[in-house]
Design a binder for this molecule. Sequence first.
Ligand code: SAM
Ligand code: SF4
Length: 317
Amino acid sequence: MTDGFGRNVNYLRMSVTELCNLRCRYCMPAEGVCKKEHAEMLTEEEMITAVEAAASLGITKLRITGGEPLVKKNILSICRRAAQVAGIRELALTTNGVLLPQFARPLREAGVERVNISLDTLNPEKYSYITRIGTLSDALAGIQAALDAGFQKVKINAVLIGGFNDDEILPLALLTKQYPVDVRFIELMPMYDSGDFDQSAYIPGSVVLERLPEAVPVSGDGGVAKRYRLPDAMGCIGLINPVSAQFCGTCSRIRLTADGKLKPCLHSPEEYPIKGLSFPEMRAQMERAILWKPKWHGNLNAAHRSRAGRDMNRIGG
Ligand code: SAM
Ligand code: SF4
């Protein structure tokens, strides 16, 4: 469906939970999030109805996210049913990877075609620091499990954090030579409360290119990522620069939070509730959300934090 500014909105990111088995410092408070009343969250039925409503409005691409989607107990059923919704041509999932050794094959069998795995560092101590409770070897085992399970595409996402992992740009990028994976560097966004990292830790995506002089541009559709390749690499390097190079003008996304709020713009406060609605009501609400998708979310920087009113784990990254 075309929004009020002529953009084709064909991509839904659906969060299935706010909960997570990690506590990344830029995403979640140390104590995690309060478990909400069951009644406040979307049921599996409502999630599938929302996907059907979205597909009826021209959404063709669905990404399941969270929180951590693999801690959701009915995640396989949600994926299997979502994959079967007529009109959904691409089903992807974003995960921290820790539970992929157990879930990679069943997810693939359920119809998930692509996985993005978050990995900000290759250093075990730094991994435990950034995730507060995670173990690097678990995430690496998850990446291997994803490769073994035969997904169409495996991408690794690293948030660029000055003073934390800017010294690991080359080692992370070299994963594209060791494995058939894309590695994408994402600029740190000033969310509602990005915890321990304020915007002094922000570094622009252009730093990646300074550290990778051998990388050459790759043409073709990388979505919001600008793509590059190292010599003889199997995968691409992607730069996702939501802060230094906002992509509002070509944004094709709408988000659905686990508590049933449609967010037509990641960094804007507008939310359209769909919890408890029937298919026609949900479809009408989604149509409104797309039609009134904001043109631009405004500047993002230390002085202008995201107006999302939620952190990423409560939106769906
Ligand atoms: N738990 C899953 C994971 O970590 O991949 C999915 C949800 S997580 C919220 C989705 C993505 O959002 C992750 O790649 C994470 O690094 C990113 N993210 C969270 N907070 C962010 C921030 N302040 N700036 C940039 N990216 C952020
Ligand atoms: Fe959990 Fe993902 Fe947020 Fe890390 S980035 S705390 S893994 S939801």
